[in-house]
Design a protein around this ligand. Structure first.
Ligand SMILES: [Fe+2]
Length: 329
């Protein structure tokens, strides 16, 4: 995020960087787009101005890799991406490479925003964003290749909010797992699992997924099929056991009260436990169709007091320590 002072020492508007790829030709957004020229922000496209292919060509010919949006317009930018990304990914006429880069840029964008808005500043500094981004890139390099990309693109285009949730779960669960110092491959397999953990939701109808009222028993039963559907969807992909476990078991609970298999602690690997804790925390701290986001402290208290038998409490404590910004060796 850029936070410049003007030449009179007054604080100016703050901006965040995005890739020009996130400006979809033919689609107007309700936010201004600026270029950075000699340390000054120069207006490139006004809010509601339709971005065109010639905008994009001009940027690419001038070697522009970042454009800037004023921070106060971030909600409008997010709504624009949510509305347009899915349909762009499904366009078979657009080069696959470009669509894969779009997913990549979008995930990086979500991680950046999470660091700025959802994690304590101390943690953002300690974790070294560049290192986390490198890890995100590594996981996405796998996910954006061949068949895996088609699967991921289906998730983004079916329900952007689920995709955004998966990226957050990736971030939180990776931070938790790192404290156990696993080998890099395990961390990567778990990261890919976190990114795909709700992939089965592409087979759940929108009216159930986004229902604002309480779910009926039969609707709940449909939702509960998503871990199994997710594993089936990924059957043809070269995923490891760790990754598949994250998809299939992320709603299992240590006391056997989870679904789909009601398996108990001994059958739930460490990577899955991390995804489960991250999943619950992110879901409850985010606005959902049927409930408002809760404050992080409130969520952590509920997890501690009401899910004591269900979650790995030693791991939960590590997560609280991570979120409090304390250093973990
Ligand atoms: Fe899930």
């Amino acid at each position: 995020m850029r936070d410049p002072q003007d030449r009179h020492g007054l604080r100016q508007e703050r901006y965040f960087a995005i890739s020009p790829l996130m400006l979809f030709p033919g689609r107007a957004g309700d936010f201004d787009v600026f270029l950075l020229r000699g340390g000054e922000f120069v207006l490139h496209a006004r809010a509601c101005e339709r971005f065109t292919q010639s905008h994009r060509t001009m940027l690419s010919e001038n070697g522009v890799t970042e454009v800037y949006v004023p921070c106060h317009q971030e909600p409008a930018y997010r709504a624009y991406v949510e509305h347009n990304l899915g349909r762009t990914l499904l366009r078979e006429d657009a080069p696959l490479e470009e669509r894969a880069r779009l997913v990549h840029e979008c995930a990086v964008d979500i991680v950046r925003s999470a660091f700025e808005h959802r994690l304590p500043e101390t943690l953002a500094r300690q974790q070294n964003i560049a290192r986390v981004m490198e890890f995100v890139r590594e996981a996405l390099a796998f996910l954006c290749a061949g068949q895996s990309f088609q699967t991921l693109a289906r998730l983004v285009s079916h329900d952007y909010r689920t995709f955004s949730h998966c990226v957050h779960v990736f971030l939180y669960s990776s931070a938790i797992l790192q404290t156990y110092e696993p080998d890099r491959q395990t961390l990567l397999d778990a990261g890919i699992g976190a990114m795909l953990h709700d992939i089965g939701k592409v087979l759940i109808p929108h009216d159930i997924l986004n229902k604002t009222g309480a779910l009926t028993l039969s609707e709940r039963a449909v939702i509960n099929t998503h871990p199994g559907k997710g594993v089936d969807l990924c059957a043809g992909l070269p995923l490891t056991r760790t990754t598949r476990d994250c998809i299939l078991l992320h709603h299992e609970k240590l006391d056997g009260s989870g679904y789909p298999g009601a398996v108990r602690a001994g059958a739930i690997p460490l990577a899955v436990r991390a995804v489960t804790i991250a999943d619950i925390y992110d879901a409850m701290t985010t606005n959902r169709p049927y409930s408002r986001a809760m404050h992080p402290f409130q969520v952590l208290r509920i997890m501690r007091d009401e899910m004591f038998d269900e979650l790995d409490i030693e791991m939960y404590k590590r997560f609280v320590t991570i979120l409090s910004g304390a250093r973990i060796v």
